[in-house]
Design a protein around this ligand. Structure first.
Ligand code: GTP
Ligand code: MG
Length: 251
């Protein structure tokens, strides 16, 4: 999830990042804002953390049920992260928005982010649909970069969801960004991400063209793997034994 995504970030590290924000604000032109904004900001981050846990749990529950129905898990891994305060400040400044808690919540969709890595493309859609259909989930935005890849070859399904969190005296809907990818798409995206931060790359156009070519190869490989999986599934009888005939050989 961009430069701000940090794998396996712990609660302790978040707190350190939050302290870093306060230090940064201390160097700003309006140090009086520190006291005004620190506590509400911490509360905002805490609400996002709860929303992220909520959606992650929903996905894990679906995984559990799906694995009983289909005898396999719909996703391989799930990673969650909260955007770091420095990245929040940087994005707000870059977009020219005022740095207030209200504006942060209104303007940014990706403070709470979840990445779901599936084995096969069709599992992505099955899982995403099951999640969207839940009656407490609101779908704010859907960007399907699998059906319509970015010009550089990037593929993933991005959802912005709103999920309610129940506080002691109120119910708040919070936004969570969920990115669904296959293992192969994730492999490509992580390399692409690494190369973006490399300085002085020789012949960047040639590198970009090669990356695009790899993205297309990966995509057709995903489709092939899914077809193979389908053949295996169709070839299985109810008791898990192989029937011996492929789908094309049926009478
Ligand atoms: P931002 O999150 O502000 O960039 O908003 P956006 O509306 O441009 O979002 P988009 O859904 O296009 O992308 C959001 C996230 O998807 C990024 O933060 C990355 O994690 C990921 N992403 C999008 N494009 C690429 C890409 O070309 N390469 C890689 N590696 N990741 C990408
Ligand atoms: Mg982002």
């Amino acid at each position: 999830m961009g430069a701000d995504r940090e794998k396996g970030k712990s609660r302790k590290e978040n707190t350190e990042a939050e302290i870093a924000l306060i230090n940064r604000l201390a160097e700003s032109e309006h140090p009086e804002k520190i006291l005004e904004s620190a506590q509400p900001f911490m509360e905002l981050m805490s609400r996002y953390r709860c929303a992220m846990m909520e959606v992650e749990t929903k996905l894990r529950v679906l995984d559990e049920e799906f694995s009983l129905t289909y005898d396999r898990n719909p996703f391989e891994t799930i990673k969650s992260r909260l955007k770091r305060p420095v990245s929040i400040i940087e994005k707000m400044k870059r977009r020219g928005y005022p740095l207030t808690v209200e504006e942060i919540e209104k303007r940014l969709n990706d403070i709470a982010g979840i990445r779901v890595i599936c084995s096969f493309p069709d599992d992505i859609y099955r899982l995403a649909d099951m999640l969207i259909r839940q009656d407490d989930i609101r779908l704010v935005q859907k960007k399907d970069y699998i059906v319509s890849p970015k010009p550089n070859g990037y593929r993933s399904l991005h959802l912005i969801l709103e999920v309610p969190i129940f506080l002691s005296d109120s119910k708040r809907y919070m936004k969570v960004e969920v990115q669904f990818r296959t293992i192969a798409m994730d492999f490509w995206a992580s390399l692409d991400h690494k190369l973006k931060y490399k300085k002085d790359v020789q012949e960047p156009e040639r590198i970009a063209a090669q990356l695009k070519e790899c993205a297309d190869i990966i995509s057709s490989m995903d489709e092939r793997m899914q077809q193979i999986r389908d053949q295996i599934e169709t070839g299985r009888t109810g008791d898990g034994r192989c029937s011996g005939s492929g789908p094309m050989e049926e009478a």
